[in-house]
Design a protein around this ligand. Structure first.
Ligand code: ADP
Ligand code: MG
Length: 566
């Protein structure tokens, strides 16, 4: 089949841009690594209105990248034109670039990919049959044929850079290239919570998001529960001031992870402008500044902030790969972002810092994961039967003993359900009343409940008999906790999620907690066990377990000249 079929353009939605428009779109698409391909394909799928996008990568991506969407698809003519240069359905002759509200507009991605790889499109725009297009070694289709495929598009890219040794040479190790792919999918998934994304690598799922429209849910997909269970929604509109009066509204949406979870660098601050994830140091900094003194020094938050600006406030046509944006008035936008973040956080739990005097404020921070567990920690006392005070080298540690217990319980429960969970008999058996939905779920989750250590018998329409309860800590919870267990299993989408939620709930169950007035030995044992945890620094629901105050803070607070060691 010939590579030029200009007659296909007549009745197609995809058209060739005129030379003048071509000249005005910033320099061409440059595909330098697998993640660039993934980004272009993701943007096309989003532009096609997909509600679900599945990305599947083999090796570092050079072997195979496949992006499948359920978007509007392409007609046979459009599919054929799409792999030619400067053909697009998104920018019309004479239309203003500033008014483009799609992620793509240059019509260069697919031909650029075809130049450095073998590209296959399978697509269907809702017609009776689909179309298969193959392009390799340059723009233009090598093959166009009918094929079976439901509505949507699957793009498969193989043998990336097979004929481009220089590109190949400049790639990093496979793990690094895949990490870039994974970051790219995360960025798009986090700022498009209404779309369900999944990423698979060599056949196993790396993460997925549910597409519920909630930023929290997307965060939970990309990060683990520890991170995502404590978020604050951001949902604000603020007037933007420009010279000569109001210029319209800055609309902000997103989710802010509570400052008890932090990171060393700002790369977990995701910013999107008009739906496009962008690298913009000014806006990232604005988010960080919005957290203000809630963040320990030199720590960065995890946050997703999606900003929509009035027309003509952002120019996305400045970077060859559109990863950067030029803002008409960066300071005004940054000020709006910072204020919105601060407002959203001001309603959250600030106890961690508020109770302390100014100088101690700065020093009070959750220990970071980088610091090793509590080897040389001595318990020196207990405060209000809630906190254990401990000495650790130059630091005074304050341990929230309930949170610490919960963490220890949780990890031990988790270890226990991997093997045999110790059980404690309930004798005589306890009768527990359940709602009809809970009662029905008992039958569904019979095996999960047994694995968790509950021995249960159905008993009547709305009751069960509990003969044994899990006792991993040597303390047995109330038999009625089976109702919590059933609820947690019902909430979870997969049995694993349900189980994890259940373990967290159980770990925090009051009857599993040790007495409040801990003796010195018990306290030391608790600290030691906490130190042995995989993640000793947060309770299962993400609150910190340990705060540290270093000696330097006391020196400042008391106006001394130096530490004892100086
Ligand atoms: P651009 O996105 O700048 O228009 P591309 O080369 O990425 O340029 O794509 C060319 C055209 O192919 C798009 O304008 C669009 O009409 C069509 N297209 C590409 N990918 C898809 C897809 N996943 N679903 C539907 N149409 C697509
Ligand atoms: Mg595109």
């Amino acid at each position: 089949m010939s590579k030029e079929r200009p007659d296909a353009q007549a009745d197609a939605a995809v058209r060739r841009l005129d030379d003048e428009t071509v000249a005005s779109v910033a320099a061409g698409e440059v595909i330098t690594r697998p993640a660039d391909v993934v980004v272009e394909l993701l943007e096309n799928a989003l532009d096609a209105g997909a509600s679900r996008i599945d990305v599947d990568v083999a090796g570092d991506g050079r072997e195979r990248i496949r992006v499948r969407d359920d978007g509007r698809g392409m007609s046979p003519q459009d599919a054929e034109l799409a792999v030619e240069r400067h053909t697009t359905s998104k920018l019309r002759r004479g239309a203003s670039l500033a008014a483009v509200d799609t992620l793509g507009f240059r019509g260069e991605a697919l031909p650029s990919v075809a130049t450095v790889a073998t590209l296959e499109l399978l697509t269907n725009d809702g017609g009776p049959r689909g179309t298969r297009v193959v392009a390799s070694g340059g723009p233009g289709a090598d093959l166009v044929e009918p094929t079976g495929r439901g509505r949507g598009t699957t793009v498969t890219v193989r043998e990336l850079f097979a004929d481009a040794p220089a590109r190949r040479e400049s790639l990093s190790a496979a793990a690094t290239e895949f990490a870039r792919v994974s970051d790219a999918v995360s960025r798009y998934a986090l700022v498009n919570p209404d779309v369900s994304f999944s990423l698979a690598h060599d056949g196993s799922e790396v993460f997925s998001t549910p597409g519920t429209g909630d930023f929290d849910d997307a965060l939970l997909g990309v990060y683990d529960r520890e991170v995502a269970s404590r978020t604050v929604a951001i949902d604000a509109e603020r007037g933007l001031d420009a010279e000569g009066g109001s210029a319209g509204d800055l609309v902000l949406r997103g989710a802010l992870v509570q400052p008890s979870v932090t990171r060393a660098r700002r790369e977990h601050v995701y910013v999107a402008v008009d739906g496009r994830p962008v690298r913009n140091a000014r806006l990232r900094r604005a988010v960080v500044e919005g957290y203000g003194d809630l963040l320990p020094d030199d720590r960065a938050p995890i946050a997703v902030v999606s900003v929509s600006l009035p027309d003509s406030w952002a120019d996305h046509n400045v970077h060859p790969r559109k990863r950067e944006v030029r803002l008409r008035d960066p300071d005004a936008v940054a000020a709006g972002v910072e204020a919105a973040v601060r407002d959203a956080l001001s309603t959250t739990d600030r106890r961690r810092t508020e109770d302390l005097s100014m100088d101690l404020d700065d020093a009070l921070e959750p220990l970071s994961e980088a610091e090793s567990a509590f080897e040389d920690v001595d318990v020196i006392g207990q405060f209000r039967e809630l906190y254990l005070l401990c000495e650790a080298d130059d630091d005074l540690l304050v341990v929230d003993q309930h949170a610490a217990h919960e963490r220890v319980n949780y990890e031990r429960l988790r270890a226990a359900v991997d093997g045999e969970t110790p059980r404690a008999p309930v004798d005589p058996a306890a009768t527990v009343e359940l709602t009809p939905a809970q009662r029905a779920a008992v039958d569904v989750h019979r095996d999960d409940l047994a694995a968790l250590g509950y021995e249960i018998e159905p008993f009547g329409e709305s009751t069960v008999r509990v003969r044994a309860v899990p006792a991993p800590m040597g303390r047995a919870p109330d038999p009625a906790s089976v109702a919590d267990a059933v609820d947690a299993l019902r909430r979870g989408e997969s049995p694993d999620d349900g189980r994890d939620a259940l373990l967290k709930d159980l770990a925090c169950h009051p009857s599993l907690k040790a007495g409040d007035d801990l003796g010195t030995e018990e306290a030391a044992a608790l600290i030691e066990r906490l130190g042995a945890c995989e993640n000793p620094y947060a309770c299962p629901h993400g609150r910190p377990t340990v705060l540290s105050i270093d000696e330097a803070a006391l020196v400042r607070g008391f106006g001394r000249r130096g530490t004892r060691m100086d």
